[in-house]
Design a protein around this ligand. Structure first.
Ligand SMILES: C[S@@+](CC[C@H](N)C(=O)[O-])C[C@H]1O[C@@H](n2cnc3c(N)ncnc32)[C@H](O)[C@@H]1O
Length: 286
């Protein structure tokens, strides 16, 4: 447990979010809002727990979608500060943002939520399945658990080692590597008949930015990945019905990395959870 709270081996996600947050505008909020709505449905009057809030964009979206209360948590103090700043700037009420790891939630938060949302987070904790199980325990019976996890590719082993190295490099070296990655990515897009400039300008459908996503991808450590089959079986044992999977389509065998498959589950009313499958969940030290 102590290892899992030690962020010294983690990529500095929060610094990246602080920088990204300068780009947040109405278009990005609208894209993020659409993404949250498509997974979580109508949030009017619902309570919403945002685990690994990052920039805070999705907490903003939940409140804009009518959530009655949002609790945003993140292990990285810069992410928490950015989340607070964005929620304050947007003039929103009925939220709190705290520096809490998913693993500390049972000791720190005593409510259950209508919706638990954790996008692109639980695979960065050092103990993915334990994180999924802990996050799931905060969903009310009948409530929704929406999350995303990296899709397993043949090259995940390589990318884990790459992240382990990248996160320790001096910033100028990271910048050089990032531009090399962008160059190769742009060349692959041109060869496959796409326009890299258009993709760069548009960002992705969640209101993110390609530049910040690349830094997050190259550095995002700890790192784990999985497949829909494993996730659906695991959630069934926790007492959740599967509602939706939005699969990430692996490109070029994972040469440029992986992406997140999105999942939506509903907690069974009777909460007849069978015990979770036993897994070894030791933290990955750097
Ligand atoms: C890739 S970002 C995703 C942020 C946001 N959910 C989004 O969709 O933009 C992952 C976030 O998870 C946070 N995180 C990593 N480990 C965590 C943990 N154990 N508990 C809570 N947050 C964690 C990181 O600090 C980072 O802000």
């Amino acid at each position: 447990m102590t290892d899992l709270l030690d962020v010294s081996t983690h990529f500095r996600f929060g610094q990246n979010w602080a920088d990204y947050s300068k780009l947040v505008d109405e278009r990005r909020i609208a894209d993020a809002r659409h993404s949250v709505e498509s997974l979580c449905g109508d949030l009017t009057g619902k309570t919403f727990l945002d685990i690994g809030s990052g920039s805070g964009l999705f907490s903003v979206s939940a409140l804009r979608l009518g959530a009655k209360e949002v609790v945003a948590v993140d292990i990285d103090e810069d992410s928490v500060a950015t989340t607070r700043k964005l929620l304050t700037k947007e003039g929103l009420e009925n939220w709190r943002a705290e520096r809490i790891s998913v693993f500390e939630l049972p000791d720190r938060i005593h409510d259950k939520f209508d919706v638990v949302y954790s996008w692109g987070v639980l695979h960065h904790t050092g103990a993915m399945w334990r994180a999924v199980e802990t996050a799931a325990s905060f969903v009310k019976p009948g409530g929704t658990f929406a999350f995303s996890l990296y899709e397993k590719t043949p090259l995940c082993g390589f990318w884990t080692q790459e992240k382990r190295v990248y996160r320790r490099l001096p910033s100028p070296v990271q910048t050089i590597l990032r531009w090399g990655y962008h160059g190769a990515w742009a060349a692959a897009l041109v060869v496959t008949g796409h326009n890299p400039l258009r993709r760069w300008r548009e960002g992705n459908e969640r209101g993110m930015s390609i530049a910040h996503d690349a830094h997050d991808w190259l550095g995002g450590y700890p790192y784990e990945s999985t497949s829909p089959r494993e996730v659906v079986a695991f959630m069934d044992k926790l007492g959740f019905d599967h509602r939706q999977t939005v699969p990430y389509r692996i490109r070029l065998g994972g040469l440029f990395g992986s992406g997140c498959t999105e999942y939506v589950f509903r907690k069974r009313e009777e909460a007849a959870a069978k015990p979770a499958p036993k897994r070894r969940t030791r933290a990955k030290a750097g």
